[in-house]
Ligand binder design. Sequence first.
Ligand SMILES: *Cc1c(COP(=O)(O)O)cnc(C)c1O
Length: 425
Amino acid sequence: MRNSDLYSRACQVIPGGVNSPVRAFQGVGGTPVFMKRGEGCHVYDSENKRYTDYVLSWGPLVLGHAYPSVVESIIQTARLGTSFGAPTELEVELAELLVNQFESIDRIRFVNSGTEATMSALRLARAYTQRDKIIKFSGNYHGHADMLLAQAGSGLATLSMSSSAGVPEKSVQDTLVAPYNNLDVVRELFSAYPGQIAGIIVEPVAGNMGLVLPKPEFLTGLKSLCEQHGALLMMDEVMTGFRAALPGAQTYFGVDADITCLGKVIGGGLPVAAYGGKRKIMEQVAPLGPMYQAGTLSGNPLGMAAGLATVRALLKPGVFESAAARCEQLVLGIREMAAQKKIPVQASSMGTMFGLYFLKEPGEISNYEDAKKLVDSERYSKFFHKMLELGHYFAPSAFEAGFVSAAHTEKDIHETLDAVCQALL
Ligand SMILES: *Cc1c(COP(=O)(O)O)cnc(C)c1O
């Protein structure tokens, strides 16, 4: 089956032929590749062409595709029934595992997507503080809930929408937006709205506008501003959890979130996400407290089984570290080659996440405003298509992070770097 035929068929029945916008290649042009199978760090498209995968389902597949213990646990669990709408032991096990990992979490609630996790975190922060306003950062993406669709990154960046049609002004009137890595603006917002700000939601390492690391004082600064003003710090670790560091970016930077959102890796490729925090905050959640939040398939056994198998395998000594070393090897290689060819890039990694910006001119990107100004999307598109042709699948957008898995070997990275050498034009 040809990719282009599948795409035409898809476009007849699914808007734009895709179930999530960035998949459509609008940011880079051309026809999306339809995937058929994955194994380790490789994916195969409908024409049986093989690619080394640096998208990894946009983050979740930290062990690579079809990791044996993950597949096995899904199969074993499915045989016992796929959902009960009643509590199960698997939920308790994954919850215990995550609570043990995160210092800042002693109660956790599972949901089905990162979108639900952040939406629920906001509701919780508002319930707990009895305030309405929240601060978010431009270029940070927290899923597609109405009140968080003000200046979100990636998909929206390439579609050049500042927000979305269908989101009433009223839904975002309590959403205050500041530039990433800019504490002064956050400080000003707290003074402008005294006693009205419920909390700040932030990606502790920004991965939805490319990869942007937090400046040294940024996260600690946010935490102390929150403490000073009685607001809650919500860290959206849906991407960074078990990716940027173990267990999350907050651990690495030494800043505890009041509410943490998790997703992606904790579901091992199935739809699982979660939000959690200290007991006194989480006790606001129904049935203990007045904040309502529910889900028919929340904590379902298949997702829990995949998540448990994934996180357990990732926590084995050396697994994360060696994947992170492969990621760094990739980034250092790209940096070196770009320097040789005098192509201005900003390439960085943290844990198993990486970012690659082609710059219109030398400069430094530390927030979305910089990225919009400096990123050479055309050059990225050419790079992307050449890499695709050579069998290396990078994100189809200049404003996305890339990912490396524990299945990528040194040899895989070398092969990719050989291709990068040809693709850096
Ligand atoms: C992917 C992502 C989300 C949204 O998660 P979905 O499961 O796609 O709804 C939220 N926040 C961050 C930081 C993400 O990377």
